[in-house]
Design a protein around this ligand. Structure first.
Ligand code: ACO
Length: 338
């Protein structure tokens, strides 16, 4: 594991949290859970049927998973309190108690309700479910943290080789939004900047220097998108006057000192950025995948930022090691929240 993850893991071990895994018969998830329990990183709650989980555990030859708590999503009597809770949370949206009782059978929703009820600290899912389904359950039940308007998704980019010497803080950069909002407006983009600076500090362990990216640097081109990024920069500065942030900047002006000095003279951010905020999800998602594939960087995430309690989404192509790291990140988000 990278040094950053060793550090996050030690912190998780020291402040043991309880994490829910709703995809309880998925082999990579069970393998990760077994190692997490064995390493004393977190307590685990599995949502599913004990007999099905047991059969899978035997097949995989796992030894620690017996310590996990199991919640049966089809035990209507035991789960009535969660149905009532969901009904209270969503009745203003027109749902009935019968709708709520049906929803509780969905492990993604039941997991979020356990967190809302104070029985666990975070949730990790997505090895089987789509991003949209994982996110919607979290949005509806947990909602955003106080003072945060929207949730977004950041990737911690751990650079390799020469790139690690040239860019980021000790080769670490944070990119966002790469996972959630297809077309953010200027206020939402400003929120992404503020949330990502927090993730950079609390999870990636770097001192954030934020560049709001565009195809224009300081008015070199004009379009609605350029105006949006420039306005978002101004709003973000108002939201957090202490944040080191500048925009709009092109990517080279943001990270290459000589280009930054010539295109944005006087900027303390240009040429030194380690947090990159993209103008929309199309750019952010494509950019992180290209950097990951073309440079061999590790892309850890998406780290969902801005939720009232941490829920993180996995790629359906993930390995058990990815799930292990995502649980470690989720524990750290939960610790920082307290
Ligand atoms: N932050 C906070 N709350 C939100 C956000 C957000 N960014 N987006 C939607 N919501 C809330 C809505 O306000 C709504 O709340 P309410 O029901 O209490 O009023 C609730 O979530 C549900 O909203 P919907 O309209 O049903 O959901 P929507 O259609 O907006 O979908 C979603 C939200 C699922 C996140 C959608 O924007 C999406 O699919 N985004 C792209 C996800 C994706 O595919 N990413 C790329 C893959 S991930 C990767 O490659 C790493």
């Amino acid at each position: 594991m990278e040094p950053l993850f060793e550090k996050l893991k030690s912190n998780a071990v020291a402040h043991r949290q309880c994490i829910i895994l709703p995809e309880s018969t998925e082999p990579r998830t069970l393998t990760a859970a077994d190692k997490i329990i064995g390493d004393k990183v977190a307590d685990i709650v599995l949502i599913g049927h004990a007999d099905e989980i047991d059969a899978k555990v035997k097949e995989l030859g796992l030894t620690h998973i017996g310590e996990a708590r199991i919640i049966n999503p089809d035990d209507e009597e035991a789960n009535e309190k969660y149905a009532q809770l969901f009904y209270e949370l969503r009745k203003s949206k027109g749902i009935t108690i019968e709708d709520a009782r049906k929803k509780i059978h969905d492990p993604l929703y039941l997991g979020c309700l356990l967190i809302k009820n104070g029985e666990a600290d975070g949730q990790v899912a997505g090895a089987l479910n789509t991003t949209g389904n994982v996110l919607r359950a979290a949005f509806q039940v947990l909602k955003t943290a106080p003072g945060v308007s929207v949730v977004s998704g950041a990737f911690i980019m751990i650079l390799k080789g020469e790139a690690a010497k040239l860019y980021g803080q000790d080769g670490i950069m944070v990119f966002a939004d790469c996972a959630v909002m297809p077309d953010p407006d200027e206020k939402q983009l400003a929120q992404v900047a503020v949330s990502t600076a927090k993730t950079a500090r609390e999870i990636a362990g770097i001192d954030p220097v934020v560049a709001m990216l565009s195809f224009s640097t300081k008015g070199s081109a004009s379009s609605d998108s350029v105006t949006k990024v420039a306005n978002a920069t101004a709003i973000a500065k108002e939201m957090d006057p202490t944040m080191k942030i500048d925009g709009e900047l092109q990517a080279d002006a943001a990270i290459v000192p000589s280009v930054g000095a010539s295109k944005a003279p006087g900027s303390t951010v240009a040429g030194h950025a380690n947090v990159l905020v993209f103008p929309d999800l199309g750019v952010g998602n494509i950019a992180y995948k290209l950097v990951q594939r073309l440079s061999g960087a590790t892309a850890a995430g998406p780290v969902l930022q801005g939720l009232a309690a941490p829920v993180n989404d996995l790629s359906r192509g993930c390995s058990w090691e990815d799930i292990y790291k995502t649980i470690v990140i989720t524990c750290n988000q939960a610790i920082n929240r307290k």
